[in-house]
Design a protein around this ligand. Sequence first.
Ligand code: UGA
Length: 435
Amino acid sequence: MKIGVIGLGFVGLSLSSVLASKGYDIVGIDIDKEKCNKIINGISPFFEPKLDKTLQNGLKKKLKISDNFLLINECDFIFVTVGTPQNLNGSIDLSIIKKAISTIGENLLKNKKKPIILIKSTVIPGTIKKIILPILEKKSNKKDGKDFGLISNPEFLQESSAIRDTKFPHVVVLGGNQTVFMEKTKKLFTKLHPNVPIITTNHQTSEMIKYANNSFLATKISFINQLSNICQKIPGANIDDIGKTIGLDPRIGKLFLNAGPGYGGSCLPKDMKALINFANISGINPTLLNAVEEINAKQLEQIILMAKQKLGDLASKKITILGTAFKPDTDDIRDSIAIELIKKLLKKKAKIIIHDPKAIKNTKRIFENKISYAKTIEDALSKSQCVIIMTQWKQYEKLNNNKFKHMTTKFVIDCRRMLVGKQLDIDYYAIGLGK
Ligand code: UGA
């Protein structure tokens, strides 16, 4: 049995590497030749803990990487893991997946195998039935359920724990018609993840499950962020004690209740926008989802307000941003709140210096010489008038009076409450703490 994976981003590369390291015969395909060459040499094109090791392990076994789509003709299962970015109006951009599906269809035309195509890319409900299936059938001149299988298989992995999540998913969702292809797919997943629940449903419900998941996570974050704003008005109140305690109620659950500067990353903001757009065109006014987004956008305004209250006009004020990655243990800055914050501060003519253990290179691509980049935390803090902790990198937990001593104004805004409880000789503000 051979498995193909199309699109070697976080999802595709993690999947290929994990499956190959388990001994499966895998071909990972991506149109980007340069990216393929890096991967062939055992180097991941992005930072993800444990990925390089798993990839190298896979390459020693049966992992082949190529930009040649013809190789999918040898595959029994083909996972589609290409990106589905957003258009300017927030709607989903399907151009990449449409192209990948067209190529699969053209190859199917000459293929004697009856492969199963699994769509892992996040797509708006109805896309598989209304767009992907017609392209496949037209290009291949073959029929779903007879000559090939087409199954929705949404992904729930988180960046920074992509390898663990790929090895140990909490659920497997399979959407499609109940055919022999579905039975074969169930067998594959039962063997891969023996004790994990497998949910089978139709294409559109499976597609919607992915949006339900991400929009619920975003809702939890905006909920705790709104409560954290209220806490800031209650002297002595601490949002973490509240989050931890309500999280003990099994109906609520303890995860995703960390208040902060708002959710970012390549998924939650994009999926929220796509779902809102889809609801609107379906004639549903998504009031709750709109509020979740609005709260998220306002978190950033609040940070700027805190800075202004202490520093006054921000023009030419030297401000240090600690962390530009959208979360720790990644170099990914896509839709990172820290990047948005820097853009807003630059508009106010502040002088920005940043530190991040992994994301400097990516940050430089956006801001070039418009901001300064510090190699060490000490350099980032030197002569600074305000430090804003944006990403909860472990390194920042060690900040102490000694580190702050060369700041011009010892003023810290801690968006992740990393320094709570420390005896600090500084002016300290934290999201979610009542002053
Ligand atoms: C998210 C989902 O968590 C995954 O399940 C999903 O598979 C993925 O999107 C996707 O659709 O591909 P990810 O983008 O890696 O995963 O990031 P998260 O860990 O969800 O974090 C998103 C943002 O929420 C970050 O900015 C993080 O700082 C913020 N966050 C998260 C909080 O502010 N508070 C929390 O309690 C949790």
